[in-house]
Design a binder for this molecule. Structure first.
Ligand code: FES
Length: 87
């Protein structure tokens, strides 16, 4: 499955059962996941703008990239206040 990441305009591949966070890290994005991906720091927050995920989320809504797995191709947006960077 593909994920398009705005505003970088970057398209990444997400494997089945992979979280958005691990696929972003594997694709070379810098994500300050200070809790190690256990869902407690909130620093991996992204905005889901298109696609279906698990656990289910409305479009648009904020989701924790470390806790969310795509079920279809998705489009996400990195919030302006985020510390997530494209390398
Ligand atoms: S990495 Fe900490 S909440 Fe997702």
């Amino acid at each position: 499955m593909k994920a398009v990441i705005e505003p970088f305009g970057k398209e990444i591949e997400i494997k089945e059962n992979e979280t958005i966070l691990s696929s972003m890290i594997n694709a070379g994005l810098s994500v300050p996941a200070s809790c190690g991906g256990n869902g407690s720091c909130g620093r991996c927050m992204v905005i889901l703008v298109d696609g279906c995920v698990f656990p289910p989320a409305e479009i648009p809504s904020f989701v924790f990239a470390c806790q969310t797995k795509p079920e279809t191709g998705i489009r996400i947006k990195i919030p302006l206040s985020s510390h997530i960077h494209s390398r």
